[in-house]
Design a binder for this molecule. Structure first.
Ligand code: HEM
Length: 324
């Protein structure tokens, strides 16, 4: 006869397991296996990303930022891709987001293989994973099975500004189900990419209206930024690397090392190395390159699961720029 204790334990295990599955929605590893004839959807997307990467490494930064900006506004539903007079992509924080053409190309490639099967939301996630791996990161498995959203409004774009404080940022990430560690890891996306002089000018010349620079900036670094990248007058569109220029095309932990030397370019980046809630995490990631690579990937997977549409929700767009 079956023991009631074992029976209860088995039931408990089933409940816990289904709760664990539910917390990730219906996303699955290998979701498209067998759904596109004999073709492998993830390999098709990877081919498109590889081709672009070898002619334009900026695509890595573009995709990382696109995933963040998509997932933080109504979840990872490709709402950022929709064209229109007042869609998300017309909102100020998205002006400098690019790479939409890469997504179009990947979508065309998967549609040619199996029409109406692969969502645009999944393409963003898989393409970003591929780009990270090409730029020195580790290749990670992504859960797929997202569906595309039908709503995209500029007025709903409420992304954090670079002047956000650490406690505010912790709150913002927590509201999306992401921990403080996830936040510090995800801001590690700034290991690649650039900002423009206009974004940091106040830090260099008139921090919080003081007429002085941000006192947390390393003085030599401040001098360098002022002389070579960001003059007091003009140069607003000059590019400034978010990480050490020698490593700014590479996904690695040097970003955190920069922060420990007070060479964070964005105010929030530098603040991570100063706030007691995040400083120990920055120190650990700066000291452990492999830990950063592994945990960054895990955080990207968690970011990719924010408020997703699955099952019969939303739709699979035919064209990523339009709802069907
Ligand atoms: C508190 C959170 C964040 C803030 C305040 C923030 C802010 C910014 C700002 C102001 C820029 C410069 C944009 C420009 O000059 O046009 C930027 C660039 C960038 N951000 Fe973030 N970011 C945050 C989180 C993230 C996350 C979570 C990721 C990805 C995982 C990310 C990836 C990037 C990348 C790759 C760039 C460079 C884009 C390029 O080179 O074109 N950011 N971010």
């Amino acid at each position: 006869m079956r023991s009631p204790v074992l029976g209860a334990a088995a039931l408990f295990a089933v409940v816990v397991l289904s709760l664990a599955t539910a917390s990730h929605g219906a996303l699955q590893y290998g979701f498209y296996k067998g759904k596109c004839g004999t073709k492998d959807v993830e390999t098709i997307i990877q081919g498109v990303v590889r081709q672009r990467f070898f002619s334009d490494t900026k695509i890595v930064a573009a995709l990382l930022r696109m995933q963040f900006h998509d997932c933080f506004v109504r979840g990872c539903d490709a709402s950022i891709l929709l064209d229109g007079p007042s869609t998300e992509k017309t909102a100020l924080p998205n002006f400098s987001v690019f790479g939409y053409d890469l997504i179009d190309r990947a979508k065309a490639a998967v549609e040619a293989a199996c029409p109406g099967v692969v969502s645009c939301a999944d393409i963003i996630i898989a393409a970003t994973r591929d780009a990270v791996a090409l730029a020195g990161g580790l290749k990670y498995q992504v859960q797929l099975g997202r569906r595309d959203g039908m709503i995209s409004q500029a007025s709903l774009v409420n992304l954090p500004a670079p002047t956000i404080t650490v406690p505010q940022s912790i709150q913002t990430f927590r509201a999306k189900g992401l921990s403080t560690s996830d936040m510090v890891l995800l801001l590690g996306g700034h290991t690649v990419g650039i900002t423009r002089c206009s974004v940091i000018k106040d830090r260099l010349y008139n921090f919080r209206g003081t007429g002085k620079p941000d006192p947390t900036l390393n003085p030599n670094f401040l001098q360098l930024l002022r002389s070579f990248a960001c003059p007091k007058i003009g140069g607003d569109n000059n590019m400034v690397f978010l990480d050490d220029p020698s490593s700014s095309l590479k996904v690695d932990n040097s970003f955190y090392k920069q922060l420990l030397q007070n060479k964070g370019v964005l105010q929030i980046d530098q603040a991570l190395a100063l706030d007691p809630a995040t400083k120990p995490i920055v120190q650990q990631l700066a000291a452990n390159p492999t830990q950063f690579l592994t945990q960054f990937n895990q955080a990207m997977v968690k970011l990719g699961a924010v408020q997703v549409l699955t099952g019969t929700q939303g739709q699979i767009r035919k064209n990523c720029r339009r709802t069907n």
